[in-house]
Ligand binder design. Structure first.
Ligand code: URA
Length: 245
């Protein structure tokens, strides 16, 4: 039998770490009767409460046990909590940016890269997806400024390609050629601007870049529009990435 997970937490701390507002805000909301626990308004904001029994204006709390999403990152938004310009967080409820533990991107995609991205507050999941130790391949669709020279697949596969500023060569990567300027690349690791730098290292320039797959999970199968997302349990996401049915 599956047992329900019951978590107790101090009410004001809980609401502030889920991004609802400050501890002072919580005090005010209690006075106004906007927060209830098991249907009644608690006497003190410091009360320890079962997180699943709290409601704000009649609505249950927003993912109090953790939050993981699959997201279709659009072009032009930045994977950051605080940089200027359009951020990936602009596509989510504003409180998610304030959550603790932080709700962060699993690896990063550049501003000018679109595609499959995960965000989570689960540090272990983040590590399992990004660490080269777990061998989760990431697949990218790439449009190039120049026609291929012909030796790129061999160079990428060798595992000897050095990128400017790095001390170790890239791990072997696969190149799938659709035509002279349209390819796919499958990487075993996630270095800074890696696909763009790999093509720069062979005298080319990336004009269009999208991540289409992480492990066995394909963005095309999810039917998420650019900017769209869905919430998923961490174990379910890991199974989808590892191809476990
Ligand atoms: N490689 C890049 O160059 N950019 C990305 O966003 C991801 C991989």
């Amino acid at each position: 039998m599956i047992q329900k997970q019951v978590t107790y937490e101090r009410l004001d701390k809980l609401l502030s770490r889920l991004g609802y507002g400050s501890r002072n805000d919580v005090r005010y909301w209690l006075k106004e009767g906007w927060v209830t626990v098991q249907g009644s308004v608690p006497k003190s904001p410091s009360e320890r409460v079962d997180v699943d029994t709290v409601e704000i204006e009649g609505a249950p709390l927003d993912h109090p046990h953790g939050l993981t999403i699959i997201y279709h990152k659009p072009l032009g938004s930045v994977c950051s909590h605080k940089e200027s310009g359009r951020l990936v967080y602009d596509d989510f409820p504003a409180r998610w940016k304030e959550r603790k533990p932080a709700f962060s991107c699993v690896g990063r995609l550049d501003k000018e890269t679109s595609g499959l991205l995960f965000l989570t507050d689960d540090g272990q999941l983040n590590h399992q997806i990004t660490s080269p130790k777990y061998h989760v391949p990431k697949r990218y669709d790439v449009y190039l400024a120049e026609a291929l020279r012909g030796n790129e697949a061999e160079l990428f596969a060798k595992g000897t390609l050095m990128l400017d500023g790095d001390d170790t060569p890239c791990l072997p990567a696969e190149l799938i050629v659709h035509d002279a300027r349209h390819v796919e690349v499958v990487l075993q690791e996630g270095r800074y601007h890696q696909v763009r730098r790999m093509f720069a290292a062979v005298g080319n320039h990336v004009e269009g870049l999208a991540r289409t797959h992480v492990g066995a999970l394909s963005l095309a199968d999810l039917a998420l529009p650019a900017g769209g997302y869905c919430v998923i349990a961490p174990e379910q996401l890991l199974n989808a990435i590892l191809g476990v049915k």
